[in-house]
Write a protein that binds this ligand. Structure first.
Ligand code: ADP
Ligand code: MG
Length: 313
């Protein structure tokens, strides 16, 4: 819903983000119309952010916008989908100035170009509450080709695409609790692993992005697949910053458990049959076995899931 001022603002802030896509009709119609693409499925995902919950008051508006797109792009990457377009709902508090709104739109534009996304439509409101925004992203996969969470089979390997724990350490760094500027930057501006989507589609039996934490997200794959997941924490790939942090921890197993329990890594966790896993170029961190649930070990010792505090109720 929009008043006259909003129409002007939509045209100024958001129309450029359609990048001329004819499907968006310049944001002048009630809806967009996307022609069906024969032989492809649309993969659709949505994430919302709330000021003070998902980002702190005073965060740079362009980073807020780019992170909103990137957390959604990470879902598309995990599903093997090629980014296409998005819908945007945004609620502006009065405290968000014209400059802040323009910076937000500018951030969307920068990442729209970087990742090949066009804005297709959305909704704009004002709010007496905190700034909130949500994006619905659309991507394409060859028909039937979306990489599901439910395809893992006993005997498959479990792999991750990159460092684990940088999200939770990055949050601590962004809050000034630890001195790791590179991790703080990565937390504020994650890098979705879209580079992996083709190999994932051809080689992985199941995949998810690491947004809730490695153990939780690997657990989601196990649950959806009706299998048990066994993870070896000593095998986790770690960034230089995470290794520095871990070396300062009195209990290495507990430290690794914390890194594997934190969220916001935006790497991919997947499963693959051993003969297909090689070409993924990822790190093997465990196996899929018969049964249910998840078992986490450190150098052969089974860790108590309760002690890590990672269990999602
Ligand atoms: P309606 O009241 O019919 O739902 P609006 O007046 O809210 O429509 O929106 C008019 C047009 O502007 C629509 O094409 C809508 O998709 C677009 N639009 C509104 N807000 C946004 C936004 N935040 N991002 C992108 N497009 C938007
Ligand atoms: Mg309308």
């Amino acid at each position: 819903m929009s008043g006259p001022d909003e129409f002007e603002a939509i045209a100024r802030l958001f129309r450029p983000l359609t990048r001329g896509a004819p499907e968006a009709f310049g944001l002048l119609d009630d809806a967009a119309a996307v022609p069906a693409r024969p032989g492809y499925d649309l993969v659709i995902t949505k994430d919302a952010i709330v000021e003070g919950v998902h980002f702190p008051l005073g965060e740079a508006p362009d980073l807020v916008a780019r992170k909103l797109l990137r957390v959604n792009l990470s879902d598309l990457a995990a599903k093997g989908a090629e980014p296409y377009g998005y819908f945007l709902a945004v609620s502006w508090p009065a405290a968000w100035t014209e400059e802040a709104r323009a910076a937000f739109a500018h951030g969307l534009g920068a990442d729209g170009e970087e990742f090949g996304l066009v804005l297709l439509g959305g909704d704009t409101t004002s709010t007496p509450g905190p700034m909130t925004a949500s994006a619905t992203l659309l991507g394409w996969v060859p028909a039937g080709g979306m990489v599901r969470r439910g395809g893992a089979r006993p005997g498959d390997l479990v792999l991750v695409s990159g460092p684990i724990g940088d999200g939770v350490l990055g949050l601590a760094a962004a809050r000034g609790e630890i001195d790791e500027p590179a991790l703080a930057h990565r937390y504020r501006l994650p890098a979705p692993r879209l580079d992996l989507r083709e190999t994932l589609r051809s080689r992985a039996s199941a995949a998810a992005d690491v947004s809730d934490g490695l153990i939780a997200d690997a657990g989601h794959i196990g649950e959806a697949s009706g299998t048990r997941i066994a993870l070896r924490l000593e095998a986790l790939p770690l960034s230089a910053g995470a290794r520095r942090w871990l070396d300062r921890q009195p209990d290495r197993a507990a430290g690794l458990l914390a890194l594997a329990s934190g969220g916001d890594d935006y790497e991919l966790v997947c499963t693959a049959a051993p003969d297909r896993a090689d070409g993924l170029g990822m790190t093997v961190i465990g196996e899929v076995v018969a049964g249910a649930g998840i078992v986490v070990t450190y150098e052969g010792d089974v860790l108590d899931p309760g002690a890590g505090g990672w269990r999602h109720a």
